[in-house]
Design a binder for this molecule. Structure first.
Ligand code: ATP
Ligand code: MG
Length: 251
């Protein structure tokens, strides 16, 4: 099982949208998927499960020796408000328990996607030490670049503290990018400059498109929607997904 953590402490930048799209993509390509919702807002849970609830909870993954039972092509470790309690613990074993539970499920799933809350706390620490790779969606607002350095330092500190190499950082993926906006294009240029200073940039963007926004309420990816806008979004996202698949699972 290959594990990808999606993070950014800034809210509303497209973390959950990327996670749901990846989860649908990997299910559609025949992979056994585990999707973990570490955010108390439960948006990933809502989009992937609707009003259904299964036996697997994200909170349970922080309890030592929790067995993750596969529930079909996609298993969702659902969020609830209690998941916030994890942030009150100072027990170093808590993130390790999460990592060990995922390791124990290594042969039961092919891909695991972890959605994280817009705060850099214990849950993100746990996700980082468990993951093989991480990626950070960013929007192109005025303040978005400020948090990026902090997030990269956070990842490095977590790796040093737990004496792990840390996940491979796939970099920043521009999300909700409005290519028609001169202002956003200028900010994108700033991102590209940051790349020259060692901040990796994911080579494809998910631009601002209605089908991405609709995917959460309609609970389906753009490639299952009809209409021109959906077809265009599907063509764009196919490239994004192919790049993730290549990096995460190999050629
Ligand atoms: N590429 C896109 N184009 C248009 N709308 C988008 C795009 N990506 C995300 N959205 C919309 O933007 C809003 C925020 O996206 P999302 O919930 O994925 O962000 P988030 O980073 O998970 O937020 P939070 O930090 O609150 O968890 C949602 O309404 C979503 O539908
Ligand atoms: Mg979210």
């Amino acid at each position: 099982m290959r594990i990808l953590c999606v993070l950014n402490e800034k809210g509303g930048v497209g973390k959950t949208t990327l996670c749901t799209t990846l989860a649908w993509h990997f299910v559609d390509t025949g992979k056994r998927v585990l999707a973990i919702d570490l955010d108390q807002q439960g948006n990933l849970t809502h989009t992937l499960l609707g009003n259904e609830r299964g036996p697997c909870t994200a909170l349970g993954l922080f309890v030592p020796n929790t067995k993750i039972e596969p529930a079909g092509p996609m298993t969702v470790a659902q969020s609830d408000a209690d998941i916030l309690d994890i942030e009150q613990t100072r027990d170093e074993e808590i993130p390790a328990a999460f990592r060990d539970n995922l390791r124990a499920a290594d042969t039961d799933f092919d891909v695991c996607i972890i959605d994280t809350p817009p705060q850099l706390g214990i849950r993100v620490v746990a996700a980082l030490i468990a993951s093989h790779a991480s990626v950070a969606p960013v929007d192109l607002g005025d303040y978005s670049l400020i948090g990026i350095k902090r997030m990269m330092e956070f990842q490095a500190r977590v790796a040093a503290h737990f004496s792990v190499v840390g996940p491979e950082f796939y970099g920043l993926i521009a999300s909700r990018f409005d290519r028609k906006s001169p202002r956003e294009r200028a900010l994108y240029e700033q991102l590209v400059e940051a790349a020259q200073e060692g901040v990796p940039i994911f080579p494809h963007a998910m631009t601002k498109r209605d089908p991405y926004a609709r995917s959460s309420s309609e609970r389906m990816p753009p490639w299952k929607m009809t209409g021109t806008a959906a077809r265009e979004a599907a063509a764009e996202v196919r490239q994004v997904m192919a790049e993730f698949e290549r990096r995460l699972l190999g050629p």
